[in-house]
Design a protein around this ligand. Sequence first.
Ligand code: ZN
Length: 171
Amino acid sequence: MEYYVKNTERKGVGLYAKKYIPAFSVISDIKYIREVTKDNPLSESEKHLHDHQHYWPDGRIFIVHEPECYFNHSCNPNAYIYSAAGKYFILAKKDIKSEEEITVDYEIQTTGFDVAWECKCGAINCRGMHTWDIFLLPTKIIRESLPFLDPWFAQVHGDKIREILNQALHG
Ligand SMILES: [Zn+2]
């Protein structure tokens, strides 16, 4: 692995680059503990895993395995999530320096789930309170995010994305 788990006072547990990672490298895949369903929700002993859930474009929810569950969110991330045939990967969005935290913008891969978090990413462009719904973000941020969207997400929610692009084109 090109990263390791580190517990910092300021940000809690995060994943940090062991060495320089060039842009567009495949950093990791994402493995899951199990699917969370109505019949099999988070148990009392799993409540602490609430923030480790991956919300799939088709509405399914999975608990992410360690250590991949420690990729933190940033509003100015250096990595992004990409899926191929239902398998998820984390790729470097830009060159990542040794000892730099590896972060992902989770909000751009989510819509329609009832979740809200206060962001503490510390980025200059931090968006503050998250509703975890890309379609509630300013359209400029949506357009900037398009190249880094999960293609499956973009396909499932293509109607909404097309509407946003059409509106930008035709005012
Ligand atoms: Zn932020």
